[in-house]
Ligand binder design. Structure first.
Ligand SMILES: NC(=O)c1ccc[n+]([C@@H]2O[C@H](COP(=O)([O-])OP(=O)(O)OC[C@H]3O[C@@H](n4cnc5c(N)ncnc54)[C@H](O)[C@@H]3O)[C@@H](O)[C@H]2O)c1
Ligand SMILES: [Zn+2]
Length: 367
């Protein structure tokens, strides 16, 4: 069932079989002379040939063509080194202003290829074809691109909106179940921050997601719901001056958990834990009524996501790590806190509430 949304001028399409219809889908508004497909060495063997075949009929023979650049899979390759490697590959292949970059993969490929597109000859258009649930509901929407550095994740980057986002839920069939569950954490987050009905829809899908059953979870409907929630938030605040901060729910603690565990937990798993701790912070800070954290925990656990910190992790280390997060400023660390399912605490339109360390430690201890 085809679904379409428009965000900041970008058309986002959700439909089965889009990879094989790539040429038709980009025929309007995203035509180029050269097509540079960026992927990783896990997704490439699965989908690159299909994407290339879908484009091949459209490409002129007079020197134009399709260039593929493959990076090694995994977050630790979302680096400036890979940005250099991909940029050089494209420049050597003659890619100039007439190029369309196509990101085919998860959030790592999307962020890196987007940053290549943002910077190549001062910016060329790009298309996102996200192939993980996380990238479909989150990373491919909003226009943030970039790479990691030794000082932290996503510290070098640019806002660069894709000209088109093509979401083909069929690609999720090959995604490892653990990655599917991790992406689902962001789905739950969207329900908590914006829409109680959508939260209920996510709750209903959780058991199927736990078992990796794409068909039984109405995944297309869930993706459309998540994309429209994220799109609505981003549209109201493209450059993250205020309201967009609600998307950070769960993420201050999640980033700390990722840092303290040396990224052994997946991002979505860290977000699940982070939402639990931050919902407890909201309860203890008097922002939410008691019971909110348990309600969220029920859905996360049903999807097979973690709802608590590993006992070996030091709470002091988590607290210290929150201080080095981009969102920390001045003395107190700020948190995007829900007041109830579907509603966030505005805190003077800052959408981010400063919280005392004592409250954070208390919430960590309650897990
Ligand atoms: N730009 C944004 O707004 C934004 C938002 C959220 C996350 N992100 C970024 O996204 C990244 C995480 O994205 P991710 O979770 O998609 O990770 P990922 O891109 O590393 O993908 C996870 C793994 O799944 C594999 N894979 C991808 N699609 C597959 C498929 N269909 N079948 C089989 N295997 C597949 C990948 O090769 C990889 O090994 C992080 O770097 C994060 O910072 C960006
Ligand atoms: Zn996230």
């Amino acid at each position: 069932m085809r679904r379409e949304l428009v965000l900041l001028g970008t058309r986002i399409t959700i439909d089965h079989g889009l990879v094989d219809r790539l040429a038709e889908e980009i025929a309007h508004g995203a035509v180029a002379h050269r097509y540079a497909i960026v992927t990783d060495d896990t997704v490439g063997p699965l989908y690159l040939e299909r994407a290339t075949a879908a484009l091949a009929g459209r490409v002129a023979v007079d020197g134009a063509g399709i260039v593929a650049a493959t990076i090694p899979a995994g977050e630790h390759h979302k680096t400036r080194e890979q940005w250099i490697a991909v940029s050089d590959r494209l420049l050597e292949a003659g890619c100039g202003r007439d190029t369309l970059v196509i990101a085919l993969g998860g959030g790592v490929v999307g962020d890196l290829a987007g940053f290549v597109a943002a910077t190549l000859v001062r910016g060329v258009p790009f298309v996102q074809i996200p192939t993980t649930l996380l990238a479909m509901v989150d990373a491919s929407v909003g226009g943030k691109t970039g790479v990691d550095t030794p000082a932290g994740k996503n510290l070098i980057g640019a806002f660069h909106q894709p000209v088109r986002v093509l979401i083909d839920p069929e690609t999720l069939r090959t995604l490892p179940p653990r990655e599917l569950r991790a992406g689902f954490a962001e789905v739950v987050k969207h329900g908590v921050i914006a829409d109680p009905d959508y939260f209920a829809q996510a709750a209903a899908a959780a058991p199927a997601v736990r078992r990796g059953l794409i068909e039984e979870s109405d995944i297309g409907g869930l993706i459309a719901g998540s994309v429209s929630i994220k799109a609505g938030v981003v549209e109201s605040d493209e450059l993250e001056q205020g309201a967009r901060r609600i998307l950070n729910f769960g993420h201050t603690i999640a980033h700390a958990v990722e840092a303290v565990t040396g990224f052994r937990v997946l991002h979505g798993e860290a977000v699940a834990i982070g939402m639990m701790v931050e919902a407890r912070i909201a309860e203890r800070a008097g922002v939410a009524a008691a019971g909110l954290a348990d309600e969220i925990a029920g859905v996360l656990a049903a999807a097979g996501l973690p709802v608590g910190l590993d006992r070996t992790i030091s709470h002091g280390a988590i607290l210290a790590a929150t201080r080095s997060d981009k969102k920390a400023r001045g003395g107190k660390v700020e948190y995007a806190l829900p007041s109830r399912i579907g509603e966030m605490e505005p805190f003077d339109d800052r959408w981010s509430t400063p919280v005392e360390d004592r409250v954070v430690l208390d919430a960590l201890a309650a897990g």
